[in-house]
Ligand binder design. Structure first.
Ligand SMILES: O=C(O)CCC(=O)C(=O)O
Length: 308
């Protein structure tokens, strides 16, 4: 196995206007991912962790399927830990992550929708967002890679611009070092044409406790709390098995073009939508509806939700 720590890029000065540097562009195209150091400021990091403590400390402990307001505890059925789906519903700290200045402009550039019809409904769209809490012995198996041929996660670079259909921002809320179950990626697999020969034994699978440990060509990403990993979902990935005690805490927001739709049948609450800025609302639910009036059929119902 080849395991190296990812090269990182400081972003303390990141602002909304700050796009990728030439080196970040080059390396993202080459590898399919970037690490942004210190992307989440200490006060926000602490607020995010305090809120997660409330979910973690709940008694009796949260189980798959249970709701806390508009947040749902969820597992994929394997031993990949507990997810808190719709975590952007968990208060203002999580709302700030929707268009955080450390990654907003960079993600926009990677989706490549700023100057084409992909921004028809808004700048971008979050199709899934969750916190992942993973304990000792847990991991997520290998998945994605260009060879799967999925349009939803595809990587494309054309006419000097990125056009990633799904960009994941994976935020470390705890330090993630050796033994902590770091994310593992196969650099370059967002462009690779062949299925990895070890995919069958390491792939994510219902009821199987797989991980990316031991996969040829994979690297394990180590981060400090507050760093974020930005990667095109087409890059084959998963995680190492956590062997240390305690919980690895990460939050993942997945961004794509505005025409996308939700991965799971979750929808944002009216409460959340009423608290967001105009830009955040466009990212959380860009899709408007149109009244079916005037109508030749009296009292014909209009679509149930019109948020724009
Ligand atoms: O949990 C991880 O480190 C990997 C996350 C992952 O597999 C995903 O976001 O699709």
């Amino acid at each position: 196995m080849t395991t190296t720590t990812a090269t990182t890029y400081p972003t303390q000065q990141a602002t909304e206007d700050q796009k990728l540097t030439d080196m970040q562009r080059y390396l993202f195209d080459l590898r399919g991912y970037l690490v942004l150091e210190n992307a989440i400021e200490p006060a926000l990091l602490s607020a995010l962790n305090s809120k997660l403590d409330e979910y973690i400390d709940m008694q009796p402990p949260l189980e798959h399927g249970q709701w806390v307001g508009a947040v749902q505890a969820h597992t994929f059925g394997g031993d990949d830990g507990l997810n808190l789906q719709q975590i952007y519903e968990a208060g203002t700290a999580f709302q700030q992550l929707i268009d955080h200045p450390s990654w907003y402009a960079r993600v926009l550039e990677l989706i490549g929708s700023e100057h084409n019809f992909d921004n028809h409904h808004g700048p971008m769209f979050i199709d899934e967002n969750f916190a992942s809490l993973r304990g000792s012995g847990q991991a997520i198996g290998m998945h994605s890679g260009k060879a799967e041929g999925s349009t939803r996660i595809q990587y494309r670079f054309e006419n000097g611009a990125f056009h990633c259909a799904q960009v994941n921002v994976l935020m470390a809320l705890t330090d993630i070092g050796p033994g902590d179950g770091g994310t593992m990626l196969i650099p370059g697999s967002h462009k690779s044409n062949l299925r990895h020969p070890q995919q069958d034994t390491h792939a994510i699978a219902q009821g199987k406790n797989t991980s990316v440990d031991g996969v040829e060509g994979a690297i394990e990403v180590h981060m400090n709390a507050g760093d974020v990993l930005v990667f095109c979902d087409a890059t084959c990935h998963g995680s190492a098995r956590r062997i240390n005690e305690g919980l690895r805490r990460v939050v993942v927001y997945r961004y794509g073009p505005s025409w996308g739709f939700f991965r799971h049948p979750y929808r944002p609450s009216a409460d959340l939508l009423s608290q967001l800025s105009e830009r955040q609302r466009k990212i959380v639910w860009p899709h408007g509806t149109i009244d079916r009036t005037p109508n030749r059929i009296p009292d014909y119902p209009s679509p149930e939700r019109d948020i724009v």
